[in-house]
Structures are given as structure tokens and as C-alpha cells.
Write a protein that binds this ligand. Structure first.
Ligand code: FAD
Ligand code: A2P
Length: 282
């Protein structure tokens, strides 16, 4: 009898004070996978909103709820292709960065905010047809190409694709290297890729098999010689560029010297450029 009374009291208590519900973020998506590549780089996957349509290469705003109760959002390239049922992102960890000082600690099951409004210029629609496509990236600028390398349209439209990725150190190339390596075994695009891909990863501050800045390797002709390709020309070549403002600025000048012109969604031409981040002073 005493036990029954206790049970009833416990039940009443539970009903009267329910456990506080987990706060639900606006535009919330759930983290499904996190991989740390270096102390400055990580990638993660999240659930994809059923209504989200995007073109491979585009970016969205993602983030966390700020301490002031307002969403703290930053632009992020979607690193997964348009056909993937989840979304992947490849991120820097800025130690005192408002977002990434916290985002770097996310775990599977956590929620992030994702505004489902994709935009961007690194899309196939912004280029005129061509036969060789150059992806030129530094650092996390690899992210949109992680999407485009897994996009069937890339391989259907071009006879050769050259992925140039440059970082200071070897470990910073690892996410890109693994992704490129996985393409040949990909059930969807492995066959499409065939022998069309030339991967040209370089470092600038640590010894590795291939070295040097992308701008220098294009200007000197080293990359063409190493890969056995003819120099760039506006009839055959198309390019997509993603790096720091300084990198984008300098690559643009190199591509223009080869006779290529910058295009946009509204005016497709021979190359397009997107910022990998803002903040290096140009
Ligand atoms: P912030 O206050 O935003 O940045 C602090 C400083 O950190 C910057 O001034 C800059 O010097 C440096 N920094 C910021 N981002 C980077 C970076 N990616 N690489 C090197 N240094 C950086 N970041 C990603 O990590 N992955 C992406 O896919 C990505 N896509 C972007 C797409 C666009 C169009 C733009 C404009 C930016 C993109 N960024 C990306 C940068 C991103 O929006 C944030 O700047 C980054 O997440 C850091 O946020 P934060 O609040 O921690 O620091
Ligand atoms: P470097 O080591 O010679 O500066 P960061 O980490 O500063 O964003 O640089 C990422 C990579 O991009 C580095 O390998 C760096 O080479 C290279 N890089 C930086 N600025 C430029 C530029 N203006 N043109 C070409 N490559 C650049």
C-alpha cells in the first residue's frame, strides 16, 4: 500500500514536471558524421532537408544558435554532390572564430542550422561548353570541387578534368586526396570518370612529390609538362577557381593571360571564381 502511494506520487510528479524538451533550432539538420583531418580542418555530414534542391558547386548559410539567441551563420560550400541524400561540408577551425571555435566540437546527433537557399557561381551553367575543365583550389576552396568531382555532369560534359589543389602542408591535402581516390570505386560515377581525371596536389611549405603555387605552376608551364597537356587556350579550356581573395585575384590574371574570360550565371564564359573565405585584406 505504501509502495502504491509512492508510485502514484512519482507518476504525478513526472506528469506535472516533464523533462525540458531539447531546444529545436530553426531550419535544424542533424549531424550524421564528423571527421577531423588536422587540428585546423574537419568535415561533417548532416541530414538533407527534403525540399532542398541545389546545383553541385553551390553554397548555403549554415551555423549554430548564438549566445544572444540569434542564429550565427556563415557561408559554406556544399561539398557533396546534388544527388547525395545527405549534405557534406569541409571546414576550417579558426581558434577564435565566432562560428568555427564552436562548430569544430559538433558530434553525431547534434543539430546545426541550415538555411535552404543555395547560391553560387561555381556551376556548370556558368561556363560555355569546352573539352578540358580545370578546378583550381587552395585550402578549404577544395569543398565545391568535392561536390563537382562527384557530379555526373562534370564527366559527361568534359573529356578531361584537372584538379589542382594547393596547401601549405601535406596533411592539409588529405581530405581531397581521399576523395579523389574514392572516385574510381564510386558506383555512380566511377565508370564515367575513367581515365579523364588528372589530379595535381601541391604543397608550398613542406616537401612533397609535387610542389609550388598554382599560379606559378600554370605560368611556368610545369603543370602542362608534368601532365603531358597542351597549354591552356580559350577554345578548349574552362576553369573554376576557389581560394583566398589574393589567390583568386592572381589566378584570374593568369587565366586572362591564357585568353580566358570570367563568366557568371547570367553570362556563361570560360572561367568562374568564388571566394573560399573573406578576410585576407584584398
Ligand atoms: P570568421 O569571423 O568568419 O573568420 C575569421 C577569419 O578566419 C577570417 O577573417 C579569415 O582570415 C579566416 N578564415 C575564415 N574562413 C577560412 C577558411 N575557410 N580558410 C582559411 N581561413 C579562413 N569556410 C569553410 O571552412 N568551408 C567552406 O566550404 C566555406 N565556404 C565558403 C563559401 C563562401 C562563398 C564564403 C564567402 C565563405 C566560405 N567559408 C568557408 C568561410 C566561412 O564562411 C567562415 O568564414 C568560416 O567558417 C569561419 O567562420 P568563423 O565565424 O569561425 O570566423
Ligand atoms: P604559400 O605557402 O606560398 O603562401 P593560405 O594558407 O595562406 O590560405 O594559403 C594556402 C595555399 O595557397 C598555400 O599553399 C599558399 O602558398 C597558396 N597561396 C596563397 N596566396 C596565394 C596567391 N596569391 N597565389 C597563389 N597561391 C597562393
Amino acid at each position: 500500500m505504501a509502495g502504491m502511494i509512492l508510485m502514484t506520487e512519482a507518476t504525478l510528479m513526472t506528469e506535472a514536471s516533464p523533462a525540458p524538451a531539447k531546444p529545436h533550432l530553426p531550419d535544424a539538420q542533424t549531424v550524421t558524421q564528423v571527421t577531423h583531418w588536422t587540428d585546423r580542418l574537419f568535415s561533417f555530414r548532416v541530414t538533407r532537408p527534403a525540399s532542398l534542391r541545389f546545383r553541385s558547386g553551390e553554397f548555403v548559410m549554415i551555423g549554430l544558435m548564438g549566445d544572444n539567441g540569434k542564429p550565427l551563420l556563415r557561408a559554406y560550400s556544399i561539398a557533396s554532390p546534388a544527388w547525395d541524400e545527405e549534405l557534406e561540408f569541409y571546414s576550417i577551425k579558426v581558434p577564435d572564430g565566432p562560428l568555427t571555435s564552436r562548430l569544430q566540437h559538433i558530434k553525431v546527433g547534434d543539430e546545426i542550422i541550415l538555411r535552404p537557399k543555395p547560391v553560387g557561381t561555381l556551376v556548370h551553367d556558368a561556363l560555355l561548353p569546352g573539352s578540358r575543365l580545370w578546378f583550381l583550389a587552395t585550402g578549404t576552396g577544395f569543398a565545391p570541387f568535392a561536390s563537382l568531382l562527384r557530379e555526373p555532369e562534370t564527366w559527361e560534359k568534359y573529356g578531361q578534368v584537372i584538379m589542382m589543389h594547393t596547401c601549405r602542408e601535406v596533411a592539409e591535402l588529405e581530405y581531397g586526396r581521399k576523395l579523389v581516390e574514392s572516385l574510381k570505386d564510386d558506383p555512380l560515377i566511377g565508370e564515367l570518370v575513367g581515365d579523364k581525371l588528372h589530379y595535381y596536389p601541391t604543397t608550398t611549405r613542406e616537401a612533397s612529390p609535387l610542389m609550388g603555387r598554382i599560379t606559378d605552376n600554370l605560368t611556368s608551364g610545369k603543370v602542362f609538362a608534368d601532365l603531358g597537356l597542351s597549354p591552356m587556350n580559350p577554345e578548349e579550356d574552362r576553369a573554376m577557381v576557389c581560394g583566398s581573395l589574393a589567390f583568386n585575384h592572381d589566378v584570374k590574371a593568369v587565366l586572362e593571360k591564357f585568353g580566358l574570360h570570367e563568366g557568371a550565371n547570367s553570362e556563361p564564359l570560360e572561367f568562374v571564381v568564388e571566394k573560399a573565405f573573406v578576410g585576407d585584406g584584398i
